[in-house]
Design a protein around this ligand. Structure first.
Ligand SMILES: Cc1ncc(COP(=O)(O)O)c(C=O)c1O
Length: 452
């Protein structure tokens, strides 16, 4: 089959013009972009995805095609504004297009976006040093990639390499990503069951927050000679709906992992960098993990970048005898590192974790008031800081709330498979006035649902 590629050349040229355009699209251009985007998603990207998105809009037609944003507000291609209370599932702590991150990335982009891979590129080292300064305890070395799931894959390998063991203990309803290793540690059958055999070593799932179950599993594994390499949990479960464990959970599993020689791995992909009101989720309980994974907001909502951080002792087998034991060509590239350095700088300068704590302390009680006012609608409110779950009586009600809010210009989302729990996870820089707008529009939505 021969191709002259003329169509693709023309199509990409037209889109390059649109991408490089330094003005907002006209209404006609906007409508054209909407039609084309819907068509492209349906025919070439993922029709089911498009239809799922459609279902969360009141109009039944996903005509909102995003174009740009600033702070907690983004605009669609027709110039309509939305208040972002989803924050890219935790990737937008700094909001849309944070100027410091954009400026830094632009500067690095024109100098050198990617390293040679042979010489020493400075930014990788800078980011590793910064992470060693801001992570808890003696975590000192970092390995970089682009996504959260890659950072979990690396954590699994590091735990295996260091301990020489293969078993893991993880949580029911946990979410750690969808590559095969991370998927094996996930606690949701929707994603695991269709994929067949998983990680070959033993993986034990226990209820999240049940310290006794972890202690018992470690003891059983020890008794029967299946030594555990790692115990992996999110500090606060995100995708499960912002589930906060009891206060004794993290301190007890820290003690138990030490007792049995297993490594404690904190998946801070969603909770890290201030989301829950502390810089790291584990800091709510003063626990220092052996391995910590971070991603999402590490890139400041601008670049994909993730890291796994650990101690010198645990990282040693990643350095000797083979320093290329676990690598990825593009991970930790200069652009990604520049974004992460800027993102960490802004997070520290603005003390974003304190902002998350204060704003959560304002927002959560108000949501709890709604929950007691509308017991026929709400099950409960969970979460800490700005990682908040609104749990409803049924998925239909959750769907109505998400759709009602979207109709009123506020973006929220359910968990990946159900609308019964709606997460509220805005950028940490959201203003108090914007939180009040969310509350007003939510109240308005609840009133409409209550009379149905
Ligand atoms: C706690 C946690 N770990 C890992 C991941 C996977 O990250 P990514 O989607 O970047 O692969 C997620 C994503 O939502 C997450 O919430």
């Amino acid at each position: 089959m021969t191709h002259d590629y003329e169509d693709a050349l023309e199509y990409s040229a037209r889109w390059l013009d649109l991408i490089r355009m330094d003005r907002f699209p006209t209404e006609a251009e906007g409508k054209q972009i909407i039609d084309e985007s819907k068509q492209n998603f349906a025919e070439h990207f993922n029709r089911g995805w498009l239809e799922y998105r459609k279902s969360v809009t009141e109009a039944g037609d996903w005509a909102a095609v995003e174009w740009t944003g600033s702070g907690a507000i983004f605009k669609d291609v027709l110039g309509r504004e939305y208040l972002d209370c989803l924050g890219g599932y935790g990737m937008m702590d700094l909001g849309w297009c944070h100027p410091d991150v954009i400026e830094t990335v632009k500067a690095q982009l024109t100098r050198s976006p990617m390293p040679s891979q042979e010489l020493i590129d400075p930014l990788r080292g800078v980011l590793a040093k910064l992470l060693s300064t801001i992570t808890p305890g003696e975590l000192k070395y970092s390995w970089f990639a682009a996504s959260g799931t890659e950072s979990i894959e690396a954590a699994i390998k590091i735990a295996k390499l260091f301990t020489g063991r293969a078993a893991f203990i993880v949580a029911v309803k946990a979410f750690h990503g969808k590559t095969m290793g991370s998927l094996s540690m996930m606690g949701k059958s929707d994603y695991r069951a269709p994929m067949g055999p998983m990680y070959a070593g033993p993986v034990y799932h226990v209820p999240f927050g049940d310290a006794e179950a972890v202690e018992r599993q470690l003891e059983i594994c020890d008794k029967v000679g299946i030594p555990v390499a790692g115990v992996l949990f999110e500090p606060i479960q995100g995708e499960a709906g912002a589930i906060v464990p009891p206060d004794d959970f993290w301190p007890r599993i820290r003690a138990a992992t030490k007792k049995y020689g297993a490594l404690l791995i904190a998946d801070e992909v969603q909770t890290g960098l201030g989301r829950t009101g502390k810089l790291w989720g584990v800091e709510h309980w003063n626990v220092i993990p052996d391995i910590l994974s971070v991603a999402k907001s590490l890139g400041g909502g601008v670049m994909p970048v993730s890291a796994v951080c650990t101690t010198e002792e645990i990282f040693k087998p990643m350095m000797y005898p083979n320093p290329f034991m676990h690598t990825t060509t593009t991970g930790g590239g200069a652009l990604a590192c520049s974004a992460a350095i800027a993102s960490i700088h802004v997070t520290l300068r603005e003390r974003l974790w304190e902002q998350a704590a204060q704003k959560g302390d304002y927002l959560i009680p108000k949501l709890q008031e709604f929950a007691s006012q509308y017991p026929q609608i709400y099950e409960k409110i969970t979460g800490k800081g700005l990682l908040i779950g609104m749990h409803f009586k049924s998925p239909e009600i959750g769907y109505q709330v998400a759709a009602g809010l979207f109709k009123r210009g506020v973006l929220v989302a359910g968990t990946l498979t159900s609308a019964q729990t709606i997460r509220i996870e805005p950028p940490l820089i959201i203003t108090k006035a914007q939180i009040d707008i969310l509350l007003d529009r939510l109240e308005d939505t609840l009133k409409t649902i209550a009379v149905k």
